[in-house]
Design a binder for this molecule. Structure first.
Ligand code: IPD
Ligand code: CA
Ligand code: CA
Length: 262
């Protein structure tokens, strides 16, 4: 791994330490567009910290980050950081389960480096293009289990529930009936890492934003898995899209079950 990318790992761990030290109170929460979509002072604070530190490291990089608003940024022709300062904001507010810092780095619009840090369990997942995927210092691989022998996970598209709620539940039923059991952790970045290290056979969500999966998708691919839309077509890094991450064995069965939900 390049020295610069090692420094990204230090920076993301510092960002996670800010999250871990947070003292949440309701006065720090604001609503955003969509249903039950909130942002806290800490989302903004961690994003500012990441942008300051990462722009010192890569001065020419463009930033595409959740709390800037979806329309503000786009992908640059050189380096682009795609950042979610807190993936799992509802979990963060309620003190429940997984919360992650997610930093993806594209070069010429293609994934080049990704890191996802879960500060409460101190798990740092990362991958550099063509160099494999890691959890802390350990190399990770997707599992070799088929769908019926795997735990799977889905996301609920919580902010789009008025439009997608029923479809999300139909998709969940399909996945539930064909796998060992179904999970919903509340952080897509964490779900992707769970596929990458073999805890889950697959994970899917009907709509996610690039900052939810820019880092995690490279980690899954470098761990030997695949990340596509639900019908197996390529994902976008510039706009929202459906996401299916799976190990190599589950992939075809998951696509044939889930492509009807596209
Ligand atoms: C959300 C989480 C959640 C997923 C949502 C995402 P946020 O990100 O990843 O698991 O279901 O679709 O928007 O808002 O907590 O950063
Ligand atoms: Ca997110
Ligand atoms: Ca977020």
């Amino acid at each position: 791994m390049t020295e610069k990318n090692k420094i990204i790992l230090d920076i993301i761990k510092e960002a996670g330490a800010i999250m871990r030290s947070a003292k949440m109170d309701d006065g720090l929460i604001r609503s955003k567009a969509g249903t039950f979509n909130f942002v806290t002072e800490y989302d903004s604070k961690i994003q500012r910290f990441l942008e300051d530190e990462l722009s010192a490291l890569y001065p020419d990089a463009v930033f595409f980050a959740e709390e800037d608003g979806e329309d503000k940024s786009g992908l640059g022709d050189g380096y682009t950081f795609i950042i979610d300062p807190i993936d799992g904001t509802s979990n963060f507010i309620h003190g429940y389960s997984d919360r992650a810092v997610s930093v993806g780095l594209l070069y010429r619009k293609k994934p080049y480096f990704g890191a996802v840090y879960l500060p409460y369990t101190d798990e740092l997942f990362y991958a550099e293009k063509d160099c494999g995927a890691y959890r802390n210092t350990e190399r990770i691989r997707v599992s070799e289990k088929d769908l019926g022998s795997s735990l799977t996970a889905f996301g609920t598209c919580p902010y789009d529930r008025d439009k997608l709620g029923q479809k999300v539940m139909d998709l969940a039923y399909e996945l539930f009936m064909h796998s060992t059991d179904l999970r919903r952790c509340g952080s897509a970045a964490s779900d992707l890492c769970a596929v990458a290290c073999g805890r889950l056979g697959c994970f899917c969500e009907l709509v996610l934003s690039p900052w939810d999966y820019a880092a995690g998708s490279l980690i899954v691919k470098e761990a030997g898995g695949s990340v596509t839309r639900l019908d197996g077509s390529p994902i976008s890094y510039s706009e929202r899209c459906p996401i299916l991450a799976s190990n190599a064995v589950c992939k075809d069965e998951a696509i044939s079950l889930l492509s009807k939900f596209v």
